[in-house]
Ligand binder design. Structure first.
Ligand SMILES: *Cc1c(COP(=O)(O)O)cnc(C)c1O
Length: 329
């Protein structure tokens, strides 16, 4: 077993939002991974339990990672690093490098936690791995001990966080929770691919679901499928006991106009979901994925199926986009 820091509050509940499920006509359950912690909550903390354990084991005193300006992963890394006494260096992608990061949403929490925010243009971000390797070399030359965490915490090691999440759901089902039976399909928002890879491997390993539907929010279907396959290979190289994954469907039908830009219909779904359940989704990840799930239901594709929506968090991203909801309520 890999070393892991116990950073998340586990197990997260599996709930049945009855009014919402009835309105959709879906046998719907929600795994509340938006409740993995306090302000550092969301899916990234499960990956960071492994990644930060590895950083510590290597004697690191600094972590370097990257993401969008409103990256939930960067925020979780910043807050957890503060608690562990690690310096955090964050490369955040923005079209307006000179303006820097606003004191809003995730970026506010990054700064609050004392992380060093380095804004980076979308062009430079394409070479993010080289940029972070160079930063690591500079920090090392100055006597520091850096550990680089890839975008979204998505590598083979990070993906193990979602293998373990599936083991957690298996235990919940064995206790008779959520009807006690495996799900037909798990649906979640997907961008850097680690959650999809770990969920697909773990869902099969622990008999939690036959299918995992990764709703792409940034890359197209083919690109994300390729990334997820590679991550599954990398995770299996670390944990050879993992067998074949569950059937992984990468679906980019709810991607919207661009990363972090939702359609008016998707914002409307976010409003509806809040009013029918009190669940709060965000316009970057979970709102798109859930809108896609609702579309599937309307097309009759979920009839008779037990569906688990994996709520991966993202609340600060919603709070940073409040003005875009003016016409939706
Ligand atoms: C990062 C993130 C995802 C996507 O997870 P990946 O492992 O990067 O694919 C989904 N939802 C939220 C809220 C996230 O922050």
């Amino acid at each position: 077993m890999r070393k892991r820091l116990a950073l998340a509050h586990l197990p997260t509940p599996i709930q049945r939002p009855k009014r919402l499920a009835d309105a959709m006509g879906v046998d719907l359950y929600v795994k509340r991974d938006d409740m993995t912690a306090g302000p550092e909550a969301g899916n990234k903390i499960r990956k960071l339990e492994y990644l930060l354990a590895a950083a510590r084991e290597e004697g690191a005193d600094c972590v370097i990672t990257c993401g969008g300006l409103q990256s939930n992963h960067a925020r979780a890394t910043a807050l957890l690093s503060a608690g562990l006494g690690l310096r955090a260096v964050l490369y955040l992608r923005t079209a307006d490098v000179a303006a820097g990061a606003p004191l809003e949403g995730n970026a506010l929490l990054d700064r609050l936690a004392g992380a060093e925010v380095r804004p980076i243009s979308p062009e430079a971000y394409r070479d993010r791995e080289a940029v972070m390797a160079e930063a690591a070399a500079e920090i090392r030359a100055a006597g520091g001990r850096p550990y680089v965490i890839p975008e979204g915490g998505s590598n083979g090691l990070g993906a193990l966080g979602y293998v373990r999440a599936m083991e957690e759901i298996r235990k919940q089902l064995d206790l008779g929770l959520a009807g006690g039976k495996p799900f037909d399909v798990i649906v979640h928002a997907s961008s850097s691919g680690g959650t999809a890879a770990g969920t697909a491997l773990g869902a099969a390993r622990y008999g939690v679901a036959g299918e995992v539907r990764a709703m792409a929010v940034s890359d197209d279907r083919a690109t994300l499928a390729r990334v997820a396959l590679q991550l599954m290979d990398d995770a299996r190289a670390l944990e050879p006991h993992l067998g074949a994954p569950a059937h992984l469907v990468v679906d980019d039908s709810a991607r919207g106009p661009a990363y972090a830009v939702a359609t008016p219909e998707q914002r409307q779904r976010i409003v509806q979901v809040a009013r029918l359940s009190g669940l709060v989704l965000d316009p970057v990840y979970t709102g798109k994925a859930f809108a896609g799930l609702w579309d599937l239901a309307e097309r009759g594709e979920l009839a008779g199926k037990r569906v688990l929506f994996l709520h991966t968090g993202g609340l600060p991203g919603l709070l940073a986009q409040g003005a875009s909801f003016a016409d939706s309520m």
